[in-house]
Design a protein around this ligand. Structure first.
Ligand code: NAD
Length: 553
C-alpha cells in the first residue's frame, strides 16, 4: 500500500507487496519515478530539485512513461528522450529496461538561452542529475558529501570537528537543505540563509533545520551563543544572501567556514536577485528573462565579493557545486576562482579510489529494511571508518523522506559486495521487498563538469566528456536496469555531461548477475578514469583490487 505524504498529499509514497507492472524490475522503476515526485520540491510542475530538474517533460509524457512501465515485458527497453517516452523496443531480458538521453544539446548550441527556448517549445527538459533518472532521495542524497566536506575542513583547520565554529551558507532547497543537518552532525553552529520562507519551513518540518530566526540580529545572537558554548546548532534565516553576506562582512563578523548552495547556476529559474521576491521573479521568467539574468548576475557579483572578503580575512571558503564562481566571473569578478571547488579541495582522493555517493532505496517502503542493511554494512565493513562513523550518525540524525533510503560512500568492490548480499537477504525474506541500488551522477567515472567535478584534473582532461559516455555504454552492456546520459540544462547548459545507473536487487539469480556486472564495472571505470589522469590513489587501487586498466608504456 502507498503511504500518505503529508508534504505533498497528491503524491503518496509508494510501497507494499502488490505489483502493478509485469515484474519487480518494471515495478521498481515505476516506484522510483513516484518517489522522486513524492520528495520533490514542486511535484505539481514535475520539478524535483535544483530549480528546474524534472522527472518527466510534461504530464502527458509522465502518463506515457507510467503506462509503458506497467505494460512492458522484461525483454523490452523503454526509450526516453528528454523526459518523454518515444518507443518501446524489443531487446532481451538482460538488456536495460529503460535508457534515457536527457538534455544533450550539440556543443555550439549548448547555451542557457537556447535551452530556455527549446523548453518553451516543449522540445526538451533538464533532468538535473538524479531527477530525470528517478534516483533522487531528497536531501539525504548529498548529506554525506556535505558532511565529509565539513569533516575534511575540521581535520585540516580546526582540530577534528566543528564544535565552537560558525558556518555561514545559503540555500535551503532540495539539495542545499542538507547543509543545516550536515553542519550540525559535524558539530558546527550553522546559519543558512534562504529567500523563500516556504523552503525554510519545509526543512524545519522534515527535521533538517532546527530554528528559524526572525531577523539577522537574532540569528547572529543564536549562533554566537552556540559558538561560545561549543553547541551544535542549525539556524535558518529568511533573506537574500546577496544582502546578508555583505552585511555580516560589514559588521566585521568573521565566520570560520563560508559556502553557498543557492541555485546560482540558473539566473532565470534558480537565483533570486537582491530586492526581488520569489513571486516577482516568477512574473519575469517568460517576458523579462534578459532583465532577470542581468539582475541575478549583479547580485551574484555582490554575493561572491563578500565570500572573497571572508576568504581574505581568513575564513575557509569553498564553492559547493552551484557554478556561483563562474557566474561571478562572467559578471566581472576576475578573481572568483580564488575560491576552490569542493571536489578538488576536499574529496578528490576519495573519488580517485571511486569512493562516492552510492545509495539504495527500500521498495517495500519499510524502514526496517534500511535498518537491516545498516547492520549489514557494519558487519561487512567494520574497519572502514568513513562507513562506520557515517552509519552511526545517519541512524541517529537522518529522518527518512519518501521511500526509506540510505546513502553511504562506498568504493570499488564494496558496492558490489553489499548489493549482492542484500540480494540474498531479499531472496531469503530477511528484507521485506526488493531494493534499488543507484548513485549520484557526481561519481568518479560518471561526470565531466569542468567547473565542479573535474576542475583542475592532474592531466588537464577536465572538459573531456568521453568518460560518462563510455560509462553509459558500458552499463548498458553490463545489464543495468536503467541507464541515462544527462547534459546540463538551464544555467548548466554547455557545462556538463553525466551518466546515471540503477540496478534492482529483486532476490533473483539474474539480479545477482546484473548487480555484479554493472556495479563492478561502474566503479572500475571510475578508478580507470583517475588512473588515466595520473592519480596515485587510483593507481594504488588498480594494483590492490586488480582493476582491469590497460596501462600503456
Ligand atoms: P533548489 O532550487 O531546490 O534550491 C535553491 C534554493 O536557493 C531555494 O530554496 C531558493 O529560495 C534559494 N535562493 C535562491 N536565490 C537566493 C538568494 N539570492 N538568497 C538566498 N536564497 C536564495 O536547488 P538545490 O537542489 O538545493 O540545489 C542548489 C544548488 O546546488 C544547485 O545549483 C545545484 O545544482 C547544486 N548542487 C550541488 C551538489 C553537490 O554535489 N555539491 C549536489 C546537488 C546540487
Amino acid at each position: 500500500m502507498p503511504k500518505a505524504n503529508p508534504r505533498h498529499p497528491k503524491f503518496p509514497i509508494p510501497g507494499g507487496p502488490e505489483l502493478r507492472a509485469k515484474g519487480w524490475r518494471q515495478e521498481a522503476l515505476l516506484r522510483l519515478l513516484e518517489n522522486v515526485l513524492s520528495v520533490g520540491e514542486d511535484p505539481d510542475n514535475l520539478v524535483v530539485y535544483a530549480a528546474l530538474g524534472k522527472a518527466a517533460r510534461n504530464w502527458a509524457a509522465h502518463r506515457g512513461i507510467v503506462k509503458a512501465l506497467i505494460e512492458m515485458e522484461e525483454d523490452q527497453t523503454l526509450l526516453i528522450q528528454s523526459g518523454k517516452p518515444i518507443g518501446l523496443v524489443k531487446t532481451h531480458a538482460k538488456a536495460p529496461l529503460v535508457i534515457m538521453a536527457n538534455c544533450n544539446i550539440v556543443g555550439q548550441w549548448a547555451k542557457a538561452e537556447v535551452f530556455y527556448e527549446l523548453q518553451r517549445k516543449g522540445l526538451i527538459c533538464w533532468g538535473g542529475l538524479t531527477a530525470g533518472a528517478w534516483q533522487y532521495i531528497g536531501s539525504q542524497g548529498v548529506i554525506q558529501g556535505t558532511y565529509e566536506i565539513f569533516m575534511r575542513i575540521a581535520e585540516r583547520r580546526f582540530g577534528g570537528d566543528l564544535h565552537g565554529r560558525f558556518v555561514l551558507t545559503a540555500g535551503l532547497g532540495g539539495m542545499g537543505g542538507a547543509q543545516p543537518l550536515a553542519g550540525r552532525m559535524a558539530g558546527a553552529a550553522i546559519l543558512c540563509i534562504d529567500i523563500d520562507p516556504e523552503r525554510a519551513r519545509k526543512r524545519q518540518q522534515i527535521g533538517y533545520l532546527q530554528e528559524i530566526a526572525p531577523d539577522l540580529d537574532s540569528a547572529l545572537a543564536m549562533i554566537d551563543a552556540a559558538v561560545r558554548e561549543k553547541r551544535a546548532l542549525s539556524v535558518g534565516l529568511v533573506g537574500n544572501a546577496a544582502e546578508i553576506y555583505p552585511e555580516i562582512a560589514r559588521r566585521g563578523i568573521l565566520p570560520d567556514v563560508v559556502t553557498d548552495q543557492t541555485s546560482a547556476h540558473d539566473l532565470v529559474y534558480g537565483y533570486v536577485p537582491k530586492g526581488m521576491s520569489v513571486d516577482q521573479v516568477k512574473g519575469l521568467r517568460d517576458d523579462g528573462q534578459g532583465q532577470l539574468m542581468a539582475a541575478s548576475r549583479a547580485s551574484i557579483v555582490e554575493h561572491v565579493t563578500a565570500m572573497l572578503e571572508f576568504q581574505k580575512r581568513g575564513a575557509e571558503v569553498f564553492d559547493n557545486g552551484n557554478l556561483i564562481r563562474t557566474q561571478a566571473r562572467e559578471g566581472g569578478v576576475a578573481n572568483a576562482f580564488d575560491i576552490p571547488i569542493f571536489t578538488e579541495a576536499y574529496l578528490r582522493p576519495l573519488f580517485a579510489r571511486a569512493i562516492g555517493p552510492f545509495r539504495w532505496m527500500a521498495l517495500s517502503g519499510e524502514e526496517s529494511d534500511i535498518a537491516r542493511i545498516d547492520d549489514l554494512l557494519l558487519e561487512m565493513f567494520p574497519d572502514n571508518k568513513i562507513i562506520t562513523n557515517w552509519i552511526r550518525l545517519a541512524r541517529e540524525h537522518i529522518p527518512f523522506e519518501g521511500l526509506p533510503a540510505r546513502i553511504a560512500w562506498l568504493g570499488h568492490g564494496e558496492r558490489t559486495a553489499l548489493a549482492r548480499r542484500v540480494n540474498e537477504l531479499v531472496a531469503n525474506g530477511e528484507i521485506n521487498g526488493p531494493v534499488a541500488f543507484s548513485r549520484d551522477h557526481l561519481d568518479a567515472g560518471a561526470m565531466a563538469h569542468p567547473n565542479i567535478m573535474t576542475e583542475r584534473m592532474k592531466d588537464g582532461s577536465d572538459a573531456i566528456a568521453d568518460w560518462p559516455l563510455l560509462d553509459a555504454m558500458m552499463l548498458c552492456s553490463s545489464m543495468a536496469d536503467l541507464v541515462v546520459v544527462h547534459s546540463g540544462g538551464g544555467g548548466y547548459a554547455g557545462y556538463m555531461t553525466s551518466c546515471g545507473v540503477t540496478v534492482v536487487a529483486d532476490g533473483s539469480e539474474a539480479a545477482d548477475e546484473r548487480l555484479d556486472h554493472a556495479l563492478t564495472n561502474d566503479t572500475a571505470l571510475g578508478v580507470m578514469r583517475y588512473a588515466d589522469a595520473g592519480y596515485d590513489e587510483a593507481l594504488d587501487e588498480v594494483a590492490k583490487k586488480d582493476v582491469p586498466y590497460i596501462r600503456l608504456g
